[in-house]
Ligand binder design. Structure first.
Ligand SMILES: [Zn+2]
Length: 374
């Protein structure tokens, strides 16, 4: 078994994935034809995938944003939204994900007359059908946008659907110039409703953004948090010498960090993968989780993200299990359901593959060649 096969086969939990950043290119092309949308750069699924991925690379922000223009352009009917959500669930199953929290901004899908409620309902219908057919659990997170003024309305929308499968509220979009505390009303609304908050923070902007997200806006999880490294002192050998108040708080309060390795390289949040602070966060025992962010733009999967962490940061299969349990502990579904996943899906899933690897070790003389070190 190769590392990829092992990682693909074990249960994984995904907390930070954008629905509009993960469409299949074949679906985009079909939906564009149905909707008479003519702005796609190509009608070939393979070429289109390459185009999206190229745009995601650093220094090409315009193409990156154009990518979302195309995916959003085809997510304008109930049928299209349901299909995109349903196919995402199938992709999760094929990637070995047992539970996913997907997120999107419903207001972007109202260009052809749908109401926000119709949009959310259509996505939930697709997710529920996907859950039945593929056995993957889900939660939906509603995104408000930092550069828009309707975040309170989006927060209300999230709470209105809390019994239908919406599990939380997120703030997404350009960080610089749009501090999270500008949306304090939306967050206070969520807090007063005893609901869940995650905020994109510390991706393109400094630790200040993370501090505001937690201490002003009550974030329960942080999306990316890459710049938290600014609050960690390193000695000349790169070893941790001390924590600032914020980093210590995040560590002590077990605030989950939704790490997105490859996306951070593509958007330039880190200059190269070797310099990603994931390794430091993980070794210092922050509650890190591993995520995909935008599967289409970053040409990634959970299997690929973990394979990257194994290759670059030398984590083991036990570490992959530990991170997966971290993720499940941090999910926005009720505690009892989280325990159910941990004890009845995740732990047995890892035990099964460990038993298989052990039997390979026993019966193979070429263990080192058969089982890659994880
Ligand atoms: Zn994101």
């Amino acid at each position: 078994m190769t590392t990829n096969e092992i990682i693909q086969s074990v249960p994984k939990v995904l907390l930070h994935d954008h629905l509009d950043g993960g469409l299949r290119t074949s679906t985009i092309i079909e939906l564009a034809q149905e909707m008479k949308y003519t702005k796609l750069p190509t009608k070939d699924p393979g070429e289109l995938a390459v185009w999206f991925h190229r745009g995601a690379n650093k220094g090409n922000l315009i193409e990156y944003l154009q990518g979302f223009e195309h995916t959003i352009a085809v997510m304008q009917t109930k049928e299209a939204l349901e299909r995109v959500a349903y196919e995402m669930m199938e992709d999760m199953k094929n990637d070995g994900v047992c539970y996913v929290e997907t997120r999107f901004a419903p207001m972007f899908s109202t260009q052809k007359g749908l109401y926000n409620e119709d949009v959310v309902q259509a996505v939930l219908t697709g997710l529920e059908r996907g859950k039945k057919d593929f056995g993957v659990g889900y939660g939906l997170i509603i995104c408000g946008m930092r550069n828009m003024k309707n975040t309170l309305e989006m927060a209300e929308l999230a709470v209105n659907f809390r019994n239908e499968g919406v599990v939380g509220f997120d703030l997404a979009g350009e960080e610089g110039g749009y501090p999270p505390k500008k949306h304090i009303e939306a967050f206070q609304f969520i807090q007063r409703a005893n609901f869940n908050i995650t905020i994109h923070a510390g991706e393109a902007f400094g630790k200040e953004s993370i501090w505001q997200a937690i201490q002003w806006c009550g974030a329960h999880r942080i999306g990316h948090a890459t710049h938290l490294l600014e609050d960690i002192t390193l000695d000349k050998n790169g070893k941790v010498a001390g924590f600032g108040d914020l980093a210590q708080y995040v560590l002590d309060k077990r605030i989950p960090l939704e790490i997105c390795l490859l996306s951070n390289v593509h958007t330039g949040a880190v200059d190269k993968i070797e310099n990603h602070p994931f390794g430091i966060f993980f070794n210092e025992k922050f509650r890190v989780t591993i995520n995909t962010d935008d599967r289409l733009m970053s040409d990634t999967t959970m299997t690929k993200e973990f394979a990257t962490a194994i290759e670059v940061f030398n984590i083991s299969l036990e570490d992959v299990e530990k991170i997966t349990i971290n993720s499940m502990k941090s999910a926005f579904i009720p505690h009892k359901e989280r325990l159910d996943y941990i004890y009845n899906v995740i732990k047995p899933g890892y035990q099964k593959i460990k038993d298989q690897l052990l039997s390979l070790k026993t019966y193979s003389n070429n263990y080192e060649e058969t089982v890659p070190k994880l």
